[in-house]
Design a protein around this ligand. Structure first.
Ligand SMILES: C[S@@+](CC[C@H](N)C(=O)[O-])C[C@H]1O[C@@H](n2cnc3c(N)ncnc32)[C@H](O)[C@@H]1O
Length: 207
């Protein structure tokens, strides 16, 4: 999927809402605010949530439409000075310099070698003591879960992602699958009551 397909998706609306993923919330709530890097940030639900909590955040995504939407929302919410929006390819382009206290990668569904490049590069941007929270649709989601891409080659394996974090110099605190209730509460919604399966890795740079 190239950036124009994502641009089209963001032009059509608000695909991910404004609530952060539960594990991003859990990890960030335990940290004092600092500098964060949101990799493949989309229209910025994590960037904006973090900025509301006092973080200064660099959001990166190759969809220019997503970055424009994020920047617009930030301005509306009084968060313009705490957020920066970069249009870039997180596999091929350099990431913002940092150092960062927190790296978030959420639902960047790329093939394992490309994902590893992005994850390792992002983890290298962490300061000593900095934390990475990495979450994506797990490969087991295809059979036992719900939602996400239906292509196994872009689904996550927590062990592979953990290896990419270690290659970036981090110690892995958690690597595994977490289930997530899907809020499909509309009458007749086929997804209602189903459980999505996310690969989750939490890691920290020693120091
Ligand atoms: C499913 S969305 C997740 C957005 C956000 N992280 C969230 O959780 O709300 C995946 C995002 O990855 C971005 N993306 C995919 N491949 C990318 C790449 N190579 N470089 C930069 N962004 C990429 C897409 O533009 C899209 O915004």
């Amino acid at each position: 999927v190239d950036s124009s397909a994502w641009d089209e998706r963001y032009r059509r609306g608000d695909p991910w809402g404004s609530a952060p993923h539960g594990v991003v919330r859990e990890v960030a709530e335990a940290l004092p605010p600092g500098r964060a890097l949101d990799v493949a940030a989309g229209d910025g639900r994590h960037t904006l949530w973090l900025a509301h909590r006092g973080w200064t955040v660099d959001a990166v995504d190759f969809s220019a439409v997503a970055m424009e939407r994020g920047e617009h929302r930030a301005a509306q919410q009084g968060l313009a000075t705490r957020t920066r929006w970069h249009v870039a390819d997180v596999v091929g382009d350099p990431l913002p310099a940092g150092p960062f206290d927190l790296v978030v990668v959420a639902y960047l569904q790329l093939t394992a070698p490309r994902l590893a490049v992005a994850v390792t590069a992002a983890c290298r941007r962490l300061a000593p003591g900095g934390t990475a929270v990495l979450v994506g649709h797990d490969v087991s989601n295809l059979r036992d879960g719900v939602g996400g891409p239906q292509d196994a080659t872009v689904l996550w394996d927590a062990d592979d992602v953990a290896a990419a974090a270690r290659a970036g110099g981090l110690a892995v605190l958690e690597a595994g699958v977490r289930e997530r209730a899907v809020p499909g509460d509309l009458p007749g919604d086929a997804l209602a009551g189903r459980t999505a399966r996310d690969a989750v890795v939490v890691a920290r740079r020693p120091g």
